[in-house]
Write a protein of this length. Structure first.
Length: 604
């Protein structure tokens, strides 16, 4: 009998099984852990995170899946440990938000929730890296959305999700060089596969109380995790080898930090700038995740200077639940325990023990003597992964720069009508990105040529998207898909740019006549794309005339970026007029902070 709907109780059972299977295999996941640092604790961190969510679910049961998912999300957030645990909490945070008020859900809603979780997790991570838990989650969610239209049976859907997650996990070494170097799959991705296995067992049990054992990717994960010949067990092969094949000195940002900032909503809105906070941490850290709750901010970062991080965070509120680990110490401990394990394993065969005796040199050379393969030593130099994509945008005003940074622009150059970045500025920005392909968003007609010249001079794989305005640049940025090819992304971004109507309001610098418009110096002028379509001494009237022409040509969404000269009173009056004149048009207002232009408009 198929299972077409699940409620909060069903979902809780799935979570309990996922947490249980993950806990059973935590040591195996630990053994695979070499990225972002080889500290061997991913399985422990993910298991503790899931256990915290499970305890919260057990304490606050609900038949509503929306309420149950919300309880799980809060439990995971508060109990999240490590980089992988925090990412896991974000996957389920987005998942929970997808059906907040639902009592039951079917395949389509469940698949959409998985995708929403992926979107939330990618936004939370400052620099997402492919070949990690994010990739496994993304690939399985994308397949879920595709397959959900072909079945109404949740167990069938989850079996597809589980299989796709296994497939994606097996592909992680091809995406992340350090995994291929050491011979393992991604540890966080493996942990997520174990959770999905529990979900599938839970759904299968709902269909049939005598649920059969499910095929697991442990064999693939284990074989990849043992870079020696033969059928070594995960406890020996993976744990003693994965971290030992990387040098302790490769851990550059050695302090793993987690803490909460208690920051009441009333005092946070005007003070806390998530983008600026992330940029500050990135100056001397990586693996940065910042999550904003109602009255609390969760922070995870790997840093060289933990004192500086804490002092910087103190300005936003009280710090609680501070955890700081020295990951080099963790790695040294793993190496020492691994050496002991290898020494014991090398003399388990009585005949070999009689031959080798106490000759440690001969024992160390045994793999080469038996297989002809040289003994692999830890690399002397750090291993750096090459991310697939980087994005460079141009913005005027801190607010617009923050919006670009929050939406995955890696570098935001300062520029606009009166201050254009040079070709050299673009070349330097391109050179600073350790990526395979770079996208440039000039966001001004006067800057496109400089961007194109920089692309030619850089010697790198670069695409210039011909964005002529800030609104076009934002549209192009939001159209970017990290899983698409460079050519496909360039087409998507350019198409999104071309679908946007851009408008701007500024001052006239001299008396002039433009068509039927008589313009005096100092008047406000409204520009649609390149054409002046409105002018008057009243800012509000100019905005209204400009927007009437823009919206009249079609559009469902209006985005307003307020500049330095825009007042709250003018913006509120404009918003009220829009609500009355165009009630069907969705309105978004953001603080751009741009000079010269009190308002920038985008109609889509």
């Amino acid at each position: 009998m198929s299972k077409r709907l699940i409620n909060g109780s069903d979902f809780a059972n799935m979570v309990y099984l996922g947490a249980e299977i993950l806990q059973e295999h935590a040591d195996h996941v630990n053994a695979l852990n070499v990225f972002p640092v080889p500290d061997g604790d991913t399985g422990t961190n993910m298991s503790l995170t899931m256990s915290a969510g499970s305890r919260e679910l057990n304490a606050k049961p609900s038949q509503s899946i929306g309420k149950a998912a919300e309880v799980l999300s809060k439990g995971l957030l508060m109990g999240a440990r490590g980089n992988s645990g925090v990412i896991l909490s974000q996957l389920f945070r987005g998942f929970a938000r997808s059906f907040a008020s639902a009592e039951e859900v079917g395949t389509v809603q469940f698949a959409a929730a998985l995708q929403h979780g992926v979107d939330t997790a990618y936004k939370a991570v400052v620099k997402p890296v492919e070949g990690t838990i994010l990739t496994v989650a993304k690939d399985s969610a994308k397949h879920a959305v595709f397959f959900a239209r072909r079945t109404s049976d949740l167990a069938v859907l989850m079996r597809e999700v589980y299989a796709k997650a296994q497939e994606s996990l097996a592909r992680t070494p091809d995406l992340l060089p350090v995994l291929k170097q050491v011979g393992v799959v991604d540890s966080g991705g493996q942990g997520l596969v174990y959770i999905f296995e529990g979900f599938l067992k839970g759904l299968t049990a709902l269909e049939d109380e005598t649920a059969v054992d499910l095929p697991r990717n442990a064999s693939a994960g284990t074989s990849r995790s043992v870079p020696v010949a033969g059928n070594a067990s995960p406890a020996f092969g993976a744990q003693s080898r994965a971290q030992s094949r990387l040098a302790t000195e490769t851990i550059e940002f050695l302090y793993d930090m987690e803490f909460f900032i208690n920051c009441p909503q009333a005092g946070r809105v005007s003070r806390f700038d998530a983008a600026a906070f992330k940029r500050a941490l990135a100056k001397d850290g990586d693996s940065i995740i910042v999550i904003e709750g109602d009255d609390i901010i969760k922070v995870h970062v790997h840093s060289r200077k933990p004192g500086d991080v804490l002092n910087y965070a103190l300005q936003y509120g009280e710090l609680t639940e501070i955890h700081i680990l020295n990951m080099r110490d963790q790695h040294r401990d793993l190496l020492q325990s691994g050496e002991a394990s290898e020494g014991q394993a090398a003399v388990q065969d009585p005949e070999l023990e009689a031959i080798i005796g106490a000759d440690k040199d001969l024992a160390a050379a045994l793999p080469e003597l038996l297989t002809g393969a040289p003994v692999t030593e830890a690399p002397a130099e750090p291993v750096y992964e090459l991310a697939p994509y980087g994005i460079v945008g141009v913005a005027m005003g801190d607010g617009i720069a923050s919006i670009f940074a929050d939406n995955n622009a890696d570098i935001v150059l300062s520029g606009g009508q009166t201050m254009n970045p040079s070709t050299e500025d673009f070349v330097q920005a391109i050179a600073s990105l350790h990526v395979e392909h770079v996208f440039l968003l000039p966001n001004n007609a006067n800057i496109i040529l400089a961007a194109q010249q920089a692309a030619e001079l850089s010697g790198r794989s670069v695409s210039v998207i011909s964005t002529r305005t800030i609104p076009q640049g934002l549209a192009a940025l939001l159209a970017f898909k990290d899983y698409e090819t460079p050519d496909r992304n360039a087409a998507l971004m350019q198409d999104a740019c071309d679908q946007v109507q851009s408008g701007q309001v500024t001052h006239a610098v001299r008396d002039t006549v433009f068509g039927e418009l008589v313009i005096s110096e100092g008047d406000y002028i409204g520009i649609q794309e390149k054409t002046i379509v409105a002018a008057s001494s009243s800012m509000l009237q100019t905005c209204q005339e400009l927007l009437t022409k823009m919206i009249g040509e079609g559009g469902e969404l209006l985005t307003i970026l307020t500049g330095l000269e825009a007042s709250e009173e003018d913006t509120e009056a404009l918003s009220q007029w829009l609500a009355s004149a165009y009630p069907d048009v969705e309105l978004e207002v953001h603080s751009g902070g741009q000079p010269l232009y009190p308002y920038l408009f985008a109609v889509e």
